[in-house]
Design a protein around this ligand. Sequence first.
Ligand code: SAM
Length: 311
Amino acid sequence: MSIKEHPPQSKDEGELRSNDSFALHVPVLLEATLDTLHPKLGESYLDLTAGYGGHANAFLEQTKNYSHAVLVDRDDYAIEHLKALETKGVRLMHTDFVSAAKQLIQEGTRFDIVLVDLGVSSPQLDQSTRGFSFMNSGPLDMRMDRRLGVSAETLVNTASSAELTRIITEYGEVPLGEAKAIVTAIVDARPLSTTEELANLIKTTHRGKWKKTHPATRTFQALRIAVNDELRLVEDLLSHLPDLLNPGGRVGIISFHSLEDRLVKQYLKAQFESGYEAELQPLTKKPILGVTHDVHNPRARSSTFRAAVKK
Ligand SMILES: C[S@@+](CC[C@H](N)C(=O)[O-])C[C@H]1O[C@@H](n2cnc3c(N)ncnc32)[C@H](O)[C@@H]1O
């Protein structure tokens, strides 16, 4: 299976303006998540990747239970945006979802609905200063949580050739020969400081014509996954999900590339097949795909939604 591109959204929006950023992110598979997780009046809601609140607003419109809703994101811009919901009684947590899950479990807080919508938001991609996208020139940053240490710039300029090759082959699923060529070019050209420099450099290593996908797509995605430690956090989160749910509680996970979906699929499969010890049961027979269930939203193209219910 190949890693899929997170489709670029729109041209550079520059600095986020507090009131228009919300409109920039169209929630993925919104109808499918609402139909499957079926929020009811009075139910409690946990959104572990609240972003710009697209899903959260729609779910809270159904539950109307703002004081039993918790929204988590590790991005300070997202949290700033979500403050409008805080005024209605919603609790915000500015941290990564594993830390949030552990804290909520320790407090004994359980939910009727838990949603995880992985990946990056449109404003993160579109804002050039965040450095997520080669569509806009900006500093090589890529940190979702800007309080944290290592940016893509540090990684690209200081990691060994072996480490960069591992990241690009493992997280970008770039063939070894191509990855080595990219890494040699990076090491020869260091220091690199902008997304444009890196994207142009990768383009020079690419032999032959490229069709739909820009040759830098997979390397950018690989660096983003490494900078944000994305796969380890998803793997850690999965085992905490049953402890966040009330009996009868539903959890839904939207993933955007095959590496994260594989982790979700394997975890749920192991749960469903663990006999009387299973805490979760399937809510959907098959995964719901954005490509067939959310055709009008370009962001949904590579999305996969899986859901389960706690016994
Ligand atoms: C696809 S967006 C969510 C969009 C949201 N569902 C909406 O409709 O507005 C993913 C969000 O998850 C956040 N995120 C990704 N990984 C995270 C993690 N490990 N912990 C906390 N937040 C995370 C990102 O910062 C981003 O804001």
